[in-house]
Design a protein around this ligand. Structure first.
Ligand code: GLY
Length: 342
């Protein structure tokens, strides 16, 4: 069976890798591969810290994918997989109330989380913090290394697919756009009518000698920031959230707010080199959960992963490969049916 995957982001490339391993004839089509949201993403693998009220189906999918990440990463070589856990920290009374609300949610869902003194775990954090939670199962990977490793393992073409048996649409934020849309995907890639929209997020990359090892998520005076330290000295700081259409402009205000909040949490960042400021477009959906499933006998959709594309790559690749092979997926895909909003 010949399969064309449209879109060479982390979702499309991961599906192609798994489908090739299962013996299918797969090519990924994209005229600007690995340059979308997954190239900007920080790479947090955080099913607990990203869990949110009303998103139980998404949580189940996230937990299933997090459990698959160690093996997925091992198959790709050195991709910066790091299992040091995540610290959520707060400063003001309101920040601590937000952490308490999240702690209760995690307890209700029996997710691993504990109250901690953040500076007992990370002495470099500001002494002005007044509380914290540790989610020990929330890890990280370097998405750029993952993309590079995947591209070595799957064929990617800049030209449109010829005749194929099945097309997998993995075009992220551009999925709902008419043919010939912003990224000019060969063959269009558009499934008009699917409710996927771009959600702008600015992300910074700094370089220094990070003395923290946990991913840190700061709730500081109503502002939110995450700080992701890599072993190679890179520190990723993110992210803003805004609805701005397909613009990937980086704003002065976005950079200022991220830096202010991140330096407030981890003062040593003030002395780091600021290497990059980029904006990516998260593929958002009305219920924040992805669209994964068969649209018609020759089209499978795998898009709308919103904030969770990196985390959800392994389980998405697995279940889409099952669909391609006409096998029962290992998780119930009904909550993620592409047609659930119509
Ligand atoms: N998952 C991180 C973000 O969307 O910014």
């Amino acid at each position: 069976m010949r399969v064309a995957v449209q879109g060479a982001g982390i979702i499309g490339l991961s599906i192609a890798w798994r489908a090739l391993s299962a013996g299918l004839d797969v090519t990924v089509h994209d005229d600007n591969p690995a340059r979308g949201a997954s190239n900007v993403a920080a790479g947090m693998l955080a099913p607990v810290a990203e869990a949110y009220f009303g998103e139980a189906d998404l949580l189940r999918l996230s937990l299933a994918s997090a459990a698959r990440w160690p093996e997925f990463a091992a198959g790709l070589g050195e991709v910066g997989y790091r299992d040091d856990g995540t610290l959520l920290v707060g400063r003001t009374g309101d920040d601590l109330r937000e952490l308490a609300r999240l702690f209760q949610l995690y307890a209700d869902w029996r997710l691993p989380a504990e109250k901690v003194d953040p500076r007992a775990l990370e002495p470099a954090l500001t002494p002005r913090l007044r509380g914290g939670l540790l989610t020990p199962g929330d890890h990280q990977v370097d998405p750029r290394r993952v993309l590079a490793a995947l591209r070595e393992r799957v064929p990617v073409s800049a030209t449109p697919p010829g005749k194929v048996d099945v097309t997998v649409v993995a075009t992220g934020a551009w999925t709902g756009q008419p043919r010939g849309s912003a990224i000019g995907l060969p063959g269009g890639g558009a499934v008009v009518g699917l409710p996927v929209r771009p959600v702008h997020g600015e992300v910074l990359r700094l370089r220094g000698e990070p003395s923290i090892r946990h991913v840190v998520r700061g709730y500081i005076d109503g502002k939110y920031v995450y700080i992701v330290p890599r072993k190679d000295g890179e520190v990723v700081v993110g992210a803003t959230t805004a609805e701005r259409g397909f613009s990937t402009r980086v704003t002065a205000e976005g950079v200022r707010d991220l830096l202010d909040t991140a330096i407030e949490v981890l003062p040593e960042l003030a002395d780091y080199e600021l290497v990059e400021a980029r904006a990516g477009l998260r593929p958002g959906t009305p219920d924040n959960a992805p669209l994964i499933g068969r649209l018609d006998p020759r089209t499978i959709v795998s898009t709308g992963h919103y904030r969770h594309g990196v985390l959800l790559a392994p389980i998405t690749a697995e279940v889409v490969t099952s669909l391609l092979l006409d096998r029962e997926p290992s998780v119930d895909l009904a909550p993620f049916a592409p047609g659930r909003f119509s």
